[in-house]
Ligand binder design. Structure first.
Ligand code: SAH
Length: 232
C-alpha cells in the first residue's frame, strides 16, 4: 500500500479524481481515504498546512496503515531562477530552513539535533522513478534538488535570496521537511512531488491563488504516472 499525503484540499482533489473504490476512515485527527489507483492500493490523507500538521499526519499514517512508502504531493514556490510556474520539483532531499540552533558552535543552520542532519535524503529508487515519469511528459520541465520547508509562506525577494544563498534548493514549501523527518525516524521510504505555483517573491500570494489548481493537477499527473510505472 502506498501512503499519499497532501496539505490542501485542492491538491488532494486532483488525486481523488482518479482514485477508485474509495472508503473513508477517521483515525486521530485525520480522515484517511483508502482506494486504488490504477490497481495499486493507496491510502490518501489531507494533513493541513505546515510542519506540525504534516508530522502528526505522517506518524498517524504510519501507525495506522504502515504503508510500504509515502509520497507527498502538492505545490511549492520556486527558488532556483530556472524553476518556473507549472514546472515539477522532485526532491532529492529536504531541509527545514527555519530549524536554527546554530548559535551553538557545533551546529549548522537547519541541523536537527538527535538525528544530527541538515538534509534528509529522499529514497533514491522512488526519486529516480518520479524523475523518469515526470521527464517523460512534455512540455513539463522537471527539476531535481533540495526542497526547503518552513512554517512560513515565502513572499519576499529578500527571503528568497537568503534561502537560495543559505541552502541552495529548487523550491520552498511548508511540509516536506517534517514528513521527511518522520519517515527517517520511522525508517520509512518516501518521495516528494511538487509543482510550482509561484516564485516565492512579492507576488507569490497572488500567483499561488491563480495557479494552485493547475499546479496541483500537474503534480497529481506525475503521481499517476509514477503509480502506473510502479506496477511494471
Ligand atoms: N491559502 C492557504 C494557505 C496556503 S500556504 C490558507 O489560507 O489556508 C501555502 C501552501 O502551499 C503550503 O502548503 C506550502 O507547502 C505550499 N507553498 C506554495 N508556495 C509556497 C511559498 N511560496 N512558500 C511557502 N509555501 C508554499
Amino acid at each position: 500500500m502506498i501512503g499519499i499525503i497532501c496539505a490542501m484540499k485542492e491538491e488532494l482533489e486532483e488525486i481523488l479524481i482518479f482514485t477508485k473504490d474509495k472508503t473513508e476512515e477517521t483515525y486521530g485527527n485525520f480522515k484517511f481515504v483508502k482506494g486504488n489507483i490504477f490497481g495499486t492500493k493507496c491510502v490518501l490523507c489531507l494533513c493541513g498546512v505546515g510542519k506540525v500538521n504534516a508530522a502528526i499526519c505522517t506518524q498517524s499514517l504510519i501507525i495506522k496503515y504502515n504503508p510500504d512508502f509515502i509520497i507527498n504531493v502538492g505545490v511549492a514556490g520556486g527558488i532556483a531562477p530556472s524553476v518556473k510556474i507549472g514546472d515539477i520539483a522532485v526532491a532529492s532531499g529536504v531541509i527545514q530552513h527555519d530549524y536554527d540552533i546554530s548559535s551553538f558552535q557545533n551546529r549548522k543552520k537547519g541541523e536537527i539535533p538527535g538525528i544530527d542532519l541538515v538534509e534528509i535524503k529522499t529514497t533514491k529508487w522512488i526519486t529516480d522513478k518520479i524523475i523518469v515519469c515526470s521527464s517523460s511528459i512534455s512540455p513539463v520541465n522537471t527539476h531535481t534538488g533540495i526542497i526547503l520547508s518552513g512554517d512560513q509562506f515565502i513572499c519576499s525577494p529578500q527571503k528568497l535570496t537568503e534561502l537560495r544563498n543559505e541552502f541552495g534548493g529548487i523550491a520552498c514549501e511548508m511540509e516536506a521537511g517534517s514528513i521527511g523527518q518522520v519517515c527517517y525516524i520511522n525508517k520509512k521510504e518516501f518521495g516528494i512531488i511538487r509543482s510550482i505555483s509561484d516564485h516565492a517573491d512579492n507576488s507569490s500570494n497572488i500567483d499561488f491563488d491563480k495557479f494552485i489548481k493547475t499546479s496541483s493537477r500537474n503534480a497529481a499527473t506525475i503521481l499517476s504516472n509514477f503509480i502506473k510505472s510502479y506496477q511494471d
